[in-house]
Design a protein around this ligand. Structure first.
Ligand code: MN
Length: 214
């Protein structure tokens, strides 16, 4: 079984004027496709790994043969991260988290605006390429995390809920070096319904793991 490039649920220009069609086309058709192809190439000699999801691969990197571990980290990460990104972005986004997640965000960060400010600050100070993530940790607490390159929180035992791509390829065609402009645009098309759904799933998969472990 080969990994496949997922289709976008909207057209390339659907996120205009915030994220432009040319960037979306390049980002999805060239960058994301490249990660998928290189991941498949890396797994060619390892049939037993080919049926595993990117989630499984990234959650167990030490179990990946050393010869392809870096390729799986980079390209499996690139595939998983972008697949998640296309769903976080939405032309008709829900502007606020669910009531339950709002309660959690209020108690952890003091409110949604404070959470967004903290993520924005990290996005603007991240040197080089990477993502700012919102995750759930093993104690079911919300955590903000900055990670370089295509590294994925799954590899450090965290469940990813939200990500902001701050690689230059995500914005350079339209915004050039004006990362702040891009970050503001990104918030305009962030779908908090999707983040809330990811949180619910992470909560229930966490308690399932604990039941199984207990
Ligand atoms: Mn990207």
């Amino acid at each position: 079984m080969k990994h496949e490039l997922p289709q976008l649920n909207y057209s390339y220009d659907a996120l205009e004027p915030y994220l432009d069609a040319e960037t979306m086309r390049f980002h999805h058709d060239e960058h994301h496709r490249g990660y998928v192809e290189k991941l498949n190439k890396a797994l060619e000699k390892y049939p037993t790994l080919q049926d595993k999801s990117t989630e499984d691969l990234l959650s167990n990197l030490p179990a990946i043969p050393k010869e392809i571990r870096t390729a799986v980290r980079n390209n499996g990460g690139g595939h998983f991260n972008h697949s998640m990104l296309w769903k976080i972005l939405n032309p008709n986004p829900q502007k606020s988290p669910s009531d339950e997640l709002t309660v959690e965000i209020d108690s952890e960060f003091g409110g949604i605006e404070q959470l967004k400010n903290r993520i924005t600050k990290l996005a603007l100070s991240l040197f080089g390429s990477g993502y700012v993530w919102l995750c759930l940790d093993g104690g079911q607490n919300l955590r903000i995390k900055c990670m370089q390159n295509q590294n994925c929180p799954l590899s450090t035992g965290l469940r990813p809920l939200f990500l902001m791509d701050v690689w230059e390829h995500a914005y350079y065609l339209k915004h050039q070096n004006r990362r702040q402009e891009y970050v503001s645009a990104f918030w305009q098309v962030t779908d908090w319904a999707e983040v809330s759904k990811n949180w619910q799933e992470a909560l229930s998969s966490g308690s399932r793991q604990w039941r199984e472990a207990g």
